[in-house]
Design a protein around this ligand. Structure first.
Ligand code: L14
Length: 345
C-alpha cells in the first residue's frame, strides 16, 4: 500500500438527499478517509447508516463535533453552515459548502473544477459549491467561453423536485397517485418560497424556485445570474434566467441560448464539447438522440445536445443541457473539490 495520507472527514446533513449521495461517492471513489463523522440535526441523530460495510451512528452536529476534522462537507441548509462552519474552520477543517450562504462572499471561492479549479488555492477555510442549475450550465459553456468568448446567456430551466429535498419527492409522488385516483391534491411543500402559498406539482410546471426578490426574479434565478459571472470570471456576461419546477424526480434540464463574442463553427463547437472533461455530447437528431433526465440520472456527467445555430443572430447558439442535480449539481461537484484538496487531482 502507498503511504497516502488519510483524512478525518465530516458530512453535515448526512441523512439528507445530498448527504446520502456524498456518502455513496466517498465510498465508490475510495476517498482517503481515516475517520468519517456523519452529522445531522437533533431530529435525525441516532440514524444508523452504512459506510464501507460498517454501521455509522449519525450524531447531532454541534460546535464540538469538528475536533480533529480536516475536511467538512456541509449540505444541511444555509443557517447550519453559518452557525457551524466557523467552528469547523477554527478546528482546522476545510469546509465545502453546498448551500447559498457564502457563494457570493468575495472571500469565498465558488468552484466548478472543470471551470475554475485554480480558485481553491485562495480559500480561507471555506469553498462554496455553486447552485445545481448553475454548475451544469457553466461546465458546458466553459469550452465555448475559452474559444469564442461569451457575451450573453438566456436560460430556462426544467428542474427536478429532488432539489427541494426528499419531502418534495414524496409530495410529488403522493400528488400523482391522488390525481390518478381522482382524489384531492393537497399541496404542502412546493414552491419553497417566503409565503405559505403552495401549488400542485403533479402534472404541472411551477415557475417559482426559492423566494421572490424585489426585482421580480426568484432567488434561484438570481443565483444563476450572479454565480455564472463569478465562476466564469466575467461580470460583463449578460445573463437572464427563468427557473421552472417540473414533475421529474432526478435531473435538471436547461434550454440555453448563448451569444458568442466571435464567429463560430458549429462542427468545431460539437468537437470542443465532445472532448471537454465531464461533458458527454448526445446530439444526433437523425436518430432522435439528445440528453434526457432519465438517462442522466445516476451519472456524474453533464449531457449536452440539440446544438443549433440561432436563426436571427449569427453568433447565437441554442443548446439543451441535462445533468443529475444531486450528483454534478451537488454531491459530485463537492466530492471532486474534496479530492483536489486531499490528493490534488
Ligand atoms: O441554492 O429547490 O443550492 O431545487 C438548490 C436546490 C436551492 C433550492 C441551492 C431547489 C438550492 C434548489
Amino acid at each position: 500500500m502507498s503511504n497516502q495520507k488519510l483524512f478525518n472527514v465530516a458530512v453535515v446533513g448526512a441523512t439528507g438527499a445530498v448527504g446520502e449521495q456524498i456518502i455513496k461517492l466517498l465510498e465508490s471513489r475510495e476517498f482517503p478517509i481515516n475517520e468519517l463523522k456523519l452529522l445531522s440535526s437533533a431530529r435525525s441523530a441516532g440514524t444508523r447508516l452504512t459506510f464501507r460495510g460498517k454501521e455509522v451512528l449519525v450524531q447531532e452536529a454541534t460546535p464540538d463535533s469538528f475536533r480533529g476534522v480536516e475536511i467538512a462537507l456541509f449540505s444541511a441548509g444555509g443557517d447550519v453552515t453559518k452557525e457551524l462552519a466557523p467552528h469547523a474552520i477554527a478546528h482546522g477543517a476545510v469546509c465545502i459548502d453546498n448551500t447559498n450562504a457564502f457563494r457570493m462572499d468575495p472571500e469565498t471561492p465558488l468552484v466548478v473544477p472543470e471551470v475554475n479549479i485554480e480558485k481553491i488555492n485562495e480559500h480561507k477555510g471555506l469553498i462554496a459549491n455553486p447552485n445545481c442549475s448553475t454548475i451544469q450550465m457553466v461546465a458546458a459553456l466553459k469550452p465555448l467561453q475559452d474559444k469564442y468568448g461569451i457575451a450573453k446567456i438566456i436560460v430556462s430551466t426544467y428542474q427536478a423536485v429532488s432539489g427541494a429535498g426528499s419531502r418534495a419527492i414524496d409530495e410529488m409522488l403522493r400528488q400523482t397517485r391522488a390525481s390518478l385516483d381522482g382524489d384531492t391534491v393537497n399541496p404542502d411543500i412546493l414552491p419553497v418560497g417566503s409565503l405559505p402559498v403552495k401549488h400542485q406539482i403533479a402534472f404541472n410546471a411551477i415557475p417559482q424556485i426559492d423566494k421572490f426578490q424585489e426585482n421580480g426574479y426568484t432567488l434561484e434565478e438570481m443565483k444563476m445570474v450572479r454565480e455564472t459571472k463569478k465562476i466564469m470570471g466575467d461580470e460583463s456576461i449578460q445573463v437572464t434566467a427563468t427557473c421552472v419546477r417540473i414533475p421529474v424526480v432526478y435531473g435538471h434540464s436547461e434550454s440555453v441560448y448563448v451569444e458568442l463574442k466571435n464567429d463560430y463553427d458549429l462542427e468545431d463547437v460539437k468537437q470542443l464539447l465532445a472532448n471537454a472533461p465531464g461533458i458527454t455530447l448526445v446530439d444526433d437528431p437523425a436518430a432522435q438522440q439528445y440528453p434526457l433526465a432519465t438517462e442522466a440520472a445516476g451519472k456524474p456527467d453533464v449531457f449536452v445536445g440539440r446544438l443549433r445555430r440561432d436563426l436571427g443572430t449569427e453568433r447565437g447558439l441554442n443548446l439543451w443541457i441535462v445533468s443529475d442535480n444531486l450528483l454534478k449539481g451537488a454531491a459530485w461537484n463537492a466530492v471532486q473539490i474534496a479530492e483536489y484538496i486531499a490528493i490534488g487531482q
